[in-house]
Design a protein around this ligand. Structure first.
Ligand code: FE
Length: 194
């Protein structure tokens, strides 16, 4: 395989290795940047989007209709990912639970969730999310009642998915800021319920 055949992720890794080797970049600096996207920028944006959807029915409707224009209303969607891929938001309900995966590689809604966690990219997650999602979720601590239908959404370069989790019970009096703090990254991937 040549570098041209590799996916963006492998190309990026190869590029990073080369830059580090030539002494142009310190690996730790790259790691810190990645961590920032993984922990801070990403999931917080998604959480803010979710809190807005919970408190603003018109926004929620626009978000479910077409994700990217809606997140731009909140000032997000400014990274490159947002220009190439559609964002489709899948809403969890009493009877339907959604789970996102990329079976081919590691496509992920960067614009709202930042970088994917390492396990999202693992072959085990990618295969089992499709083959036995219910068992996989149970192992991750999410036991779904049999009457809840599990829907699995396979991401691609063109379409990215995000889960709109259900609003937790007893959170009726909270404002957008407090609600944002309740939303976890994993709930927007669909491996956790709030
Ligand atoms: Fe992918």
């Amino acid at each position: 395989m040549t570098i041209e055949d590799a996916g963006p992720e492998l190309r990026t890794e190869a590029l990073e290795a080369l830059l580090v080797k030539k002494g142009l970049v310190r690996s730790a600096a790259v790691d810190a940047l990645v961590e920032r996207y993984e922990q801070d920028i990403g999931p917080l944006r998604g959480a803010r989007v979710v809190a807005q959807a919970w408190t603003d029915p018109a926004f929620r409707a626009r978000l479910l209709e077409d994700g990217m224009p809606a997140i731009r209303e909140l000032g997000f969607g400014d990274n490159t990912d947002a220009h190439v891929a559609r964002l489709v938001v899948k809403e969890n309900t009493e009877s339907v639970h959604n789970l996102i995966v990329c079976t081919l590689c590691s496509c992920y809604p960067w614009a709202v969730l930042g970088l994917p966690p390492a396990w999202y990219k693992s072959p085990a997650y990618r295969a089992r999310a499709v083959r036995e999602p219910r068992r996989l979720l149970a192992e991750l601590g999410l036991e779904l009642p049999p009457e809840v239908e599990v829907r699995v959404w396979d991401s691609s370069a063109e379409v990215r998915y995000m889960v709109l989790p259900r609003r937790p019970q007893g959170a009726d009096d909270l404002g957008v800021e407090q609600l944002t703090a309740l939303v976890t990254r994993d709930s927007m991937i669909g491996v956790e319920r709030l």
